[in-house]
Design a binder for this molecule. Structure first.
Ligand code: ADP
Ligand code: ASP
Ligand code: MG
Length: 412
């Protein structure tokens, strides 16, 4: 029994016509003789609206209750899609994450999947039904509902594909696949037909939200090949997989950006062993993910520490840092919201020195100041002022000639 997992994102089920479109696509796959498991996100911007509703009640709502609220979005879409499939004369059955046993840890609002129980799904597939599972949600061993972080339905799909040993994992979205930059900012960005897990991990980590970072990690760890495609057309899409011989290794395969982070700086911290641990341990304990960290050269025994983190975590992190700054006798601290991260990613960078200097030149030529830099063997990321993000992405895309197919690539 060939199982296909198909995930449809929020914009693919934003209204009734789109839900009917998804139902038609799913039924078409079923008619090809496949067993179909569908994962859906909440309708359109439902999750954003729920977040906003909660914020009107509390600046930092209890995370368990936040999960209880956010998980309702996906519960609506699975039921509506099941109804649309029945209208097409096929049998379907919808499930919450809890009902199919998507077990997670206790990290509310960014839980990790620890187990997927496949029995119930397999049994329904055996009975000929199309199985529809709510994305983005799971349940702890104590039966508390959790969510998997924004964009988490991608991870639900990959985890199900791995757990069910599916032959395909298709992520349908509102663009044709993974592009060399966000097509909303760079209209002539090119579709990338194949990309390695390694590069996609870096792209997702630096803001290419077409796939959630965790879904790519999960796919790499479990060997699931992801096929990103459009919900509205029949294009070839993008295949995300292990690097193999003959695969193109562009020097730069994409430019990404992220405006969802903020920056906290603690000034005048005593420069002695153990201070960084004192700052970052309580943040980790509070489940705050810290991204880039920069510590200045110390001056007369004192230094400044800056770090970036998701804006959603900012209020919590600031209250933690207030206490730590006092405890350490720091000179002060501040938090900044108007920042953006812009990055270039490419496996070919490993063997081409000078790429970082070129990136810095492009930013400088546009009068853009770099606040922080972080690198990996296949990525260079810079924090800049948010107001410059579009010009930075477009200039880098143009400079590295990413609209001109394979100009700067090499083959292994
Ligand atoms: P879904 O609702 O289907 O999960 P998302 O909004 O999470 O969709 O992700 C798709 C969006 O990701 C696209 O509309 C696009 O604007 C954005 N995006 C950012 N960077 C890229 C990229 N490099 N390639 C493709 N899409 C990108
Ligand atoms: N609905 C959730 C969100 O908006 C999950 C998802 O779309 O993948 O983040
Ligand atoms: Mg998404």
């Amino acid at each position: 029994m060939g199982i296909v997992v198909q995930k449809f994102g929020g914009s693919s089920v934003a209204d009734v016509e789109k839900i009917k479109n998804v139902a038609r696509r799913v039924v078409a796959t079923k008619l090809e003789g496949k067993s179909v498991v569908v994962v859906v996100s909440a309708l359109g911007d439902t999750t954003d609206k729920l977040v906003e509703l909660a914020r009107q009640i509390s600046a930092s709502p209890p995370e368990r209750e936040m999960d209880m609220l956010l998980a309702t979005g996906e519960q609506q879409s699975v039921a509506l899609l099941a109804m649309a499939i029945y209208e097409l004369g096929r049998e379907a059955i919808s499930f919450t994450g809890y009902q199919v046993g998507i077990v997670t840890d206790n990290s509310h609002t960014k839980a990790r999947i620890v187990d997927v129980k496949s029995e119930r799904i397999l049994q329904e597939l055996e009975d000929g039904k199309i199985v529809i599972v709510a994305g983005f949600q799971g349940v702890t061993v104590d039966n508390d509902i959790t969510t998997l972080g924004r964009g988490g339905s991608d991870t639900t799909a990959v985890a199900l594909a791995a757990g069910l040993k599916a032959e395909k994992c298709e992520i349908y979205t509102d663009v044709e696949g993974v592009f060399t930059a966000d097509p909303r900012i760079v209209p002539d960005a090119l579709l990338v037909s194949e990309i390695t897990y390694e590069e996609m991990l870096e792209m997702a980590a630096t803001g290419a939200k077409v796939l959630q970072l965790r879904s790519v990690e999960y796919a790499r760890n479990s060997g699931v090949i992801i096929h990103v495609r459009s919900s509205f057309t029949d294009g070839v899409g993008t295949v995300v997989k292990e690097e193999d011989e003959g695969m193109e290794r562009p020097i730069i395969s994409g430019v990404t950006h992220d405006t969802s982070e903020g920056k906290i700086t603690i000034y005048g911290v005593p420069d002695r062993p153990g201070i960084a641990a004192k700052v970052f341990r309580p943040l980790a304990a509070a489940n705050v993910n810290v991204d880039m960290i920069v510590q200045n050269v110390s001056y007369e025994g004192f230094t400044d520490i800056s770090f970036t983190l998701n804006l959603d975590d900012l209020p919590r992190a600031v209250s933690i840092i207030e206490n730590i700054a006092k405890e350490l006798g720091a000179r002060g601290h501040d938090c900044e919201k108007g920042i953006a991260k812009v990055a270039i990613i490419g496996a070919g960078m490993k063997s081409h020195p000078g790429v970082a200097a070129e990136m810095f030149d492009v930013l400088a030529n546009n009068g853009i100041n770099i606040q922080m830099i972080s690198t990996s063997p296949i990525k260079i990321a810079c924090v800049i002022d948010a107001k410059n993000v579009e010009i930075a992405v477009r200039s880098l895309h143009e400079h590295f000639q990413l609209s001109e197919e394979a100009v700067t690539s090499e083959v292994l």
